[in-house]
Design a protein around this ligand. Structure first.
Ligand code: IPM
Ligand code: MN
Length: 361
């Protein structure tokens, strides 16, 4: 039982973002009633509509307020009428960087065999977690274009990592594997942390990552270390996902492999993630996008957003409540009432799925 009060900023954002976040709030409010803590939801009108209306992407005053909340709950960012990059870089990535959310935690968990597109893979085989470095690499925004318009034009985008960025990310990953790996969860013989990279080509980069991985690993004798190239990882994620426990990887590789991972767990409708600053303000979101074609139809799957809500409660220290939400998701899926996980294929509307999860708590 907790009697805390939390102030949570809600950034519904664009497309179906506001619809799925609404269901997440419904579920978190339902669990808070039985758990005793209180949430003050504070809405922020940010995203494509606001930008087109006012030219604002993320005003300084809003950023200053967001630095002071207990957590941020985000729907989705991106608008078909806004040039790609403006909202992504100006809002989503800016928040990740400004709030130093250097970890992107993306659990990959299949709840029902029927939702997996891979033959003969079920919940036992697809149950791992990707820890994506969330502050550096190709996302650092360093590079440029010169001699534009000539045939000598040069475009460069640099992959950049500092020792500290690599160290803090790997440290988090080792701690996570120690606390949440298979052995820790009582479902395997050992806790395993796999570093995913491309050491055969990005030799400078993986000289650093591999060295820190080995150095830090010596402090975690209870965590078995593995290394895989990112291309091979994609192959294994499909043919042999059961080999993974906790994966840690740099930003861009993490972005790419978690979309593939999401499909193996039933699609973007169920994949949740957290942008984490272990000592600051974290931000939780469904990892799918804005799905403009589904906007306003009440057909988008809110489970990813609901799962992100559970991750948020877990990070706030409300572990029991997070577990209650997850148990309700499992129960609701196993009831057979939710037919599929893709938008328009659920057999229920967005609001009905939200009601079902809230009622099963
Ligand atoms: C994600 C998204 C973002 C990313 C985009 C929208 C900037 O794809 O959260 O995975 O590349 O990180
Ligand atoms: Mn992505």
């Amino acid at each position: 039982m907790s009697n805390k009060n939390y102030k949570i900023a809600v950034l519904g954002g664009d497309g179906t973002g506001p619809e799925v976040v609404r269901e997440g709030i419904k579920v978190v409010d339902a669990v808070s009633k039985s758990s005793g803590f209180k949430i003050e939801w504070v809405n922020y009108d940010l995203g494509g509509e606001r930008y087109m209306r006012t030219g604002d992407v993320l005003p300084e005053s809003a950023l200053a307020e967001l630095r002071k909340v207990d957590s941020i709950y985000l729907g989705a960012v991106g608008h078909p009428d806004v040039k790609p990059g403006i909202l992504e870089k100006g809002l989503l990535l800016k928040l990740r960087f400004e709030l130093d959310q250097y970890i992107n935690l993306r659990p990959v968990k299949l709840y029902r065999e029927q939702d997996c597109p891979i033959k003969e893979k079920g919940p036992k085989e697809i149950d791992y977690c990707v820890i994506r470095e969330n502050s550096g690499g190709l996302y650092s925004g360093i590079g440029g274009i010169s001699r534009q318009g000539t045939t000598d034009e040069v475009a460069q985008q640099n992959m950049l990592y500092t020792y500290d960025q690599v160290h803090r990310c790997l440290k988090y990953a080792f701690e996570y594997a120690r606390k949440n790996g298979r052995k820790a969860r009582g479902i395997g013989k050992e806790n395993t942390l796999a570093l995913v990279g491309k050491s055969n080509v990005l030799t400078y980069m993986y000289e650093l990552w591999n060295r820190v991985f080995a150095e830090l690993g010596a402090e975690y004798p209870d965590v078995k270390r593995e290394y895989y190239h990112v291309d091979a990882t994609c192959l294994y994620m499909v043919t042999c996902p059961e080999m993974f426990d906790v994966i840690v990887t740099e930003n861009m590789f993490g972005d790419i492999i978690t979309d593939l991972a999401a499909m193996t767990q039933g699609g973007l409708g169920i994949a949740a993630g957290g942008n984490i600053n272990p000592r600051g303000v974290s931000m939780f979101e469904p990892i799918g996008g804005t799905a403009p074609q589904w906007t306003g139809k009440n057909q988008i799957n809110p489970l990813a957003a609901i799962g992100a809500g559970a991750m948020m409660l877990d990070a706030l220290g409300e572990k029991d409540s997070a577990e209650k939400i997850e148990a309700s998701i499992v129960k609701s899926l196993n009831s057979g009432k939710i037919k599929g996980l893709a938008a328009g294929k659920m057999g229920l509307s967005t609001t009905e799925v939200g009601d079902l999860i809230a009622n099963n708590i």
